[in-house]
Design a protein around this ligand. Sequence first.
Ligand SMILES: [Zn+2]
Ligand SMILES: [Zn+2]
Length: 436
Amino acid sequence: MPEDLLALARRLEGECACGRRHALQTRALYSGGRVPGRLRALAGDLAAGGQILCVYDATTKALAGPLVSEALRGLPQAEAILLGDEIHADERALGQILLRAGEKTALLLAVGSGTVNDSTRLVAHRLKLPYLVLGTAPSMDGYASSVSPVLDQGMKITYEAVAPEAVLFDEGILAAAPRKMVAAGLGDMLGKHIALLDWELSQAILGESRCEAVFGLMSEALARCEKLAPGLAAGEEGAAARLAEGLTLSGLAMQMMGNSRPASGAEHHIAHFLEMRQLLRGEKPSLHGDKVGVATLFMIEFYQKLFQKRREAKPVDLRLWEARLRRGYGPLAGGFLRAAPLEQGEGRTSVEQYEGYLRHFDGFAQKAAVLAAKREDFAQMLEAAGGPSAPEGIGATRQDMKDAMLCAFLLRPRYSALRMAFRLGVLEEIAEEIFA
Ligand SMILES: [Zn+2]
Ligand SMILES: [Zn+2]
């Protein structure tokens, strides 16, 4: 039941043992059959007589346009349709939405999945307007997120945005979503294994604050989605809707932290790196969730190697690394190197980080081994759902994957196994072992 998922999250609202005050913007989460009535009630209430700007792309307009028209009949409304062969959450998409927004616009309604939502959420934030989501595919976990990853002059940057007031899924529309979109959603979700482990690692090594309650909520979302895998593979009725709910729960966890820490770690950095590389090459990027799924399988191997034997820390030649990163990022290198200079540390010296690594070795070795034992199952889950489990399936070579493993830590200052390995001087040797 979707309501109890939201209730699960709501229980964490307010003062928390982690020292934060957790708050949720999202007041409703619904998936089922009677969506038009709910959408009308929510939109009418939030817009209060003002204009509702409905944001689509061509596909979601065809898929969900009739339902939205029926729901909003008679209410003041306008439309922004993101057009083009290749749509990304970028300057162009943001501009298209802004152009359709007017003085009377009182509410934005995002009708779609990743790109439409990431774009609408950021515009709503900048215009200080509320927004609603009608999700069209269980392909990614950002429906209830409060941040927007956006391509800014080719660089994938995560901007602060606003979370939706409500997230709605129509079962009929979800059931019609292509299999590969569903598999991508599963891939995005499996990535939480690494995101959560990176969070624990950062707590252990740097002392980063970690909320046990939000961590538990995300683990719950992950467990629910994993259980759905056989049903998703078999195309079972309702399985796609349950996946959409689990994915949305992950967004609620992000809202409560005020950042994407619970949902995004090294596996997302690798996925973002590969996406930028595909765009630089002029290729159509593969689905985000597919990239996250494949990157997760590689990161499981990475954690296993990092904690199989106690590695010896080695000196890090920053000049050499800068040259390598410049090759890896091409024309985008300068921007990332300026945003997170290599010499700017993580608040703990590399000697301190190495001591932490040794001190916490046994605990992480155990966690890494548990994940490694499930790696084959995860790969099979992705394949059975109709998704890729190897670099070729996401339009990347093994060399791309290796470059991503070496370079992705620069993409965000957020601490991860990759960033720790870089500081300890063992990143290259582990990548060499994996891609030998
Ligand atoms: Zn994701
Ligand atoms: Zn907390």
